[in-house]
Design a protein around this ligand. Structure first.
Ligand code: AP5
Ligand code: ZN
Length: 217
């Protein structure tokens, strides 16, 4: 199954993507996690994008599309994938379509996580992220780690992401409305969008998402 997850920053895309990917046995591909891994490993790509992520802006399309295409070409993504944070604008959506068409493939669904803005602000303000693997996330209220400041999954240190400062979150939300929301209409025209009301506990949102997916071919 080939799925795209969209939703504002802090909607719970990463949280749901990890759970759904496990249930569906497909890789979770997050461009945000890939960028952050490059930054923490000090790669050339990481150096190129570090200040963009810190400021909450978008990485240029050619860089993002090349990185995403590279990841999707790995053997584990042959039978499907769950994209989280990509595509993020119309240019990226068209590039993804072209990539899939080339291989005679298509998306199965676009899950749109719908969460009110005041809730995403709360979710981001309380989020704590693992330094070793940014797909490991916690929340000071909703998902506390067993030991304070330590990741349950790998023992890494928990910290507040640089782009989770209030000012930067506002900018990320504005970019989401301007650049990313239009892809929902783009995919709606292709009949792919399912809206998931996501102001609910994590397991309930997962249940709704699984129920909304088309039958497996
Ligand atoms: P990215 O990492 O994709 O960030 P984002 O889209 O802003 O999304 P977040 O990671 O902030 O939130 P999320 O929806 O995954 O929420 P989470 O599950 O953590 O991108 C970061 C940056 O990378 C971008 O700004 C850009 O610079 C660059 N970038 C990435 N992709 C790009 C692209 N395609 N093009 C160009 N640039 C790109 O949940 C949030 C919190 O809420 C957590 O603490 C969690 O525990 C909690 N929570 C989750 N679900 C629930 C629930 N149901 N109830 C209560 N709490 C919950
Ligand atoms: Zn961890």
């Amino acid at each position: 199954m080939r799925i795209v997850l969209v939703g504002p920053p802090g909607a719970g895309k990463g949280t749901q993507a990890a759970l759904l990917a496990q249930r569906l046995d497909i890789p979770h591909i997050s461009t945000g996690d890939l960028f952050r891994a490059n930054i923490s490993q000090g790669t050339e790509l990481g150096r190129q994008v570090e200040s963009i992520l810190r400021s909450g802006g978008l990485v240029p399309d050619e860089v993002t599309i090349a990185m995403a295409a590279d990841r999707m070409a790995k053997p584990d993504a042959e039978d499907g994938f769950l994209l989280d944070g990509f595509p993020r604008n119309i240019g990226q959506a068209k590039a993804l379509d072209a990539l899939l068409v080339e291989q005679g493939l298509r998306l199965d669904a676009v899950l749109d996580l719908e969460v009110p803005e005041d809730e995403v602000v709360k979710r981001i303000a309380g989020r704590r992220t693992c330094r070793k693997d940014s797909s490991h996330t916690f929340h000071v209220e909703y998902k506390q780690p067993k030991a304070e400041g330590v990741c349950d999954e790998c023992g890494g240190e928990l910290y507040q992401r640089d782009d989770d400062q209030e000012e930067t979150v506002r900018k990320r939300l504005a970019i989401y409305h301007e650049e990313t929301e239009p892809i929902i209409d783009y995919y709606r025209e292709q009949g792919l969008v399912v809206t998931i009301p996501a102001l609910a506990p994590v397991p309930e949102v997962t249940r709704r998402a699984l129920a909304a997916l088309p039958e497996r071919a």
